[in-house]
Design a protein around this ligand. Structure first.
Ligand code: AMP
Length: 519
């Protein structure tokens, strides 16, 4: 199987249909897309690249992303996507680690030559035009044979500590991910459109696969990023959009809808489906999103090692507010997606009974082949076919998975386990709270104490006393934060995840007298 077959299949059926948009402007029909990808594939192979070689995509979201991605796959190459916000040195480390040969870049992201590449192509240059010149007879252009277990996408983990690892994602993994979308996430027709607002180097870009399978349209916003006003308008212009968004992006869309006085019907004109995941979505936030934007949300939980596929919380589950366990359900990440099994295990890997908290394990055709050039890390992450996700959670009797936190974020205070997420959920329901992150700080007496970093909604001023009172009404005394840090913003990585490691560091760097452990 070669994933480029998906493109060829659509281009043969509906060559004249618009496929890729640059904002509201058509950029390529399915026929043009296939002709350019086939042309690129031929020239890559003619230039001496061989199937299995790695090529880099280090660019902001761009209509050519999809043409290059499928051209590389057509030639049997492996794509190494890099988040556009990575530092040049980080990109160079990945180039060296993955032994990348060619790189496709945008000049804003990589203005100078990246060490280690044989050839660096600015995707907006004449050189790129030549490489992507359409091949009239794309139907006759052979797809390089790839077997299902061959590598397609070498994705470097966003990792908040240490060096990123190259996650080896195969043709089979991506085919599984694409097909699963229709069963567990959403139905898609050729009339639909997906918009790439979040980075295409991550899950948002992988959702091109199910939308290509369905012959839908692919829209890159003119800003190439997340601008809520632009996205609402784009949806009205080209038809309701589907998109993948981290919870922080969802929040920005909802804020915009509220400020602009938009109704759920207005939201329906702009968005068909918003799939959220990648970081915790708090109950207060999803409840507000549903209220303001209506029933257009689906949650997924996955990780680079099983991209977009572990669990899903369906649109129906999210709106079934009469269900006796509705609140638990919307706090969960849903049920196992169709192609995977889930298990909660103790430290030895033994399965734990329903309701008990342990590490989340996933098994199935979406799980990576391993880490690039790192057999020890692979052996540690995949045992007996089960992927050890590093996430901690529990399953209920109906199969709903509730994530607690990553094991490294767990706080142990006075011998009791405290899951930051639980405290965060409570603080988010306090008046005037916009965002919260709870971490542990070392403490001589308790081992660790709970510290909450809190961002106020604009126009609100928060006090530690009222936040403390609020916690006392809802959670056990020992779980409530001993200290607060009222901050303007939370540090986040390129995919919108809060960097708790940085918050912990920040506490350690405070002058001794201010440190939580000193009081
Ligand atoms: P990455 O490999 O960068 O995609 O990060 C994956 C990690 O993000 C997972 O292991 C989880 O810790 C977290 N994550 C992903 N989806 C969700 C979700 N729906 N809810 C909470 N955390 C999530």
């Amino acid at each position: 199987m070669n994933l480029a077959h998906l493109l060829l299949r659509q281009a043969r059926q509906q060559p004249g249909r618009n496929a890729i948009y640059n904002g509201t402007a058509p950029h390529a029909t399915y026929g043009q897309w296939a002709a350019r990808s086939a042309g690129l594939a031929r020239r890559l192979l003619d230039s001496g690249l061989v199937p299995g070689d790695r090529v880099l995509l280090f660019m902001h979201n761009h209509p050519r992303y999809l043409e290059i991605l499928f051209g590389a796959w057509w030639a049997g190459l492996v794509v190494v996507p890099i988040n556009a916000k990575l530092h040049t040195l980080e990109a160079q480390w990945i180039i060296e680690n993955a032994n990348v040969r060619w790189g496709f870049v945008t000049s804003d992201v990589a203005p100078t030559a990246l060490a280690g590449l044989e050839r660096q192509i600015d995707v907006e240059s004449g050189e790129a035009d030549t490489l992507l010149a359409p091949l009239a007879d794309f139907i006759g252009e052979p797809l390089t044979e790839r077997d299902n277990d061959s590598l397609a996408w070498l994705f470097y983990t966003s990792g908040t500590t240490g060096r990123p690892k190259g996650v080896m994602i195969t043709q089979r993994n991506l085919m599984t991910m694409g097909l699963t979308y229709f069963v567990d996430v959403d139905s898609v027709s050729a009339q639909d459109a997906i918009v790439y607002a979040a980075p295409m180097s991550h899950g948002a870009g992988l959702y091109a696969i199910p939308h290509l399978m369905a012959g839908a349209r692919h829209v890159v916003p003119a800003s190439a990023g997340v601008d809520p006003a632009e996205l609402f308008e784009l949806g009205r212009a080209v038809g309701p959009l589907s998109t993948f968004a981290a919870p922080t992006i969802v929040k920005r869309l909802v804020d915009h809808a509220e400020v602009a006085g938009l109704t759920p019907n207005d939201a329906a004109a702009s968005f068909k489906t918003i799939v959220y995941g990648g970081a915790p979505m708090y109950v207060a936030d999803i409840a507000r999103a549903l209220r303001v934007m209506g029933p257009r949300f689906v949650q997924i939980y996955g990780q680079g090692e099983t991209p977009m596929v572990a669990t899903a919380l369906s649109r129906q589950h999210l709106i079934d507010s009469k269900h006796p366990r509705y609140l638990e359900r919307i706090a969960s990440v849903g049920v196992a997606q169709t192609p995977v099994q889930l298990r909660i295990s103790d430290a030895s890997g033994a399965e734990l009974p329903v309701g008990e908290v342990g590490e989340v394990l996933v098994k199935g055709d979406s799980v990576m082949a391993g880490y690039w050039g790192n057999p020890e890390a692979t052996a540690n992450a995949i045992r007996d076919g089960w992927l050890f996700t590093g996430d901690v959670g529990s399953l209920d009797a109906d199969g709903f998975l509730t994530l607690k936190d990553r094991s490294k974020d767990l706080i142990i205070s006075g011998g009791s386990n405290i899951y930051p997420r639980e405290v965060e959920e409570v603080l988010l329901t306090a008046a005037g709270v916009a965002e919260v992150a709870v971490v542990g700080a070392p403490d001589a007496q308790w081992g660790e104490v709970v510290v909450a970093f809190v961002v106020a909604q604009s126009g609100f001023s928060l006090s530690e006393q009222t936040l403390d009172q609020h916690c006392l009404q809802t959670i056990a005394r020992f779980k409530r934060p001993k200290h607060y840090r009222l901050v303007e913003a939370l540090p986040k990585n390129n995919y919108g995840k809060v960097l708790k490691t940085e918050l912990r560091q920040r506490l350690l760097q405070e002058p001794t007298g201010d440190r939580p452990s000193a009081s």
